[in-house]
Design a protein. Sequence first.
Length: 165
Amino acid sequence: MKTTVVLAGLLALAAFDASAQAPYIVGTWQFNVAASRFPGPPPRIHVRRYSLLDDGTLVGLAVFVDSRGNPGFLQFAAKADGKDYAEYDSPLLAAFQAQGVTSKRTYSETPVDPHTVEWADKLDGRVIASGKKWVSADGRTLSFTQRAKNDKGEETEFLFVFDRQ
């Protein structure tokens, strides 16, 4: 009986799809304006793509067109270990390409549970934005809060909601 149980367990492991271990966030997400909350006009377009490298590094890419029609992107490659990893946006990548200037902006995330992380963006080691990011239990919705200071130094909080594509 023990041998049967052990063999069944080994067969189950052999048949296990490694991609099932990927975080729930992996995939493409489209911004849901109606479900989101933030001051000011919403972006015209905001799409996010998360993929997982073989070593467990999560690559996040946000492509957007702001309310004034300006396109941009934000990209990071990080592990959910609380450490800071370089983050690039359009101007930072241009500075890197043209002058070799490395990014002074970083991204980190720390797991809360299998669906949730706490995240922080830093500039020169100082937190400029932070919040929580989570995927719904059914896997169809990605949400994240963002706390940041506006130009007047007042803290604001946003809620971004995305639908899985």
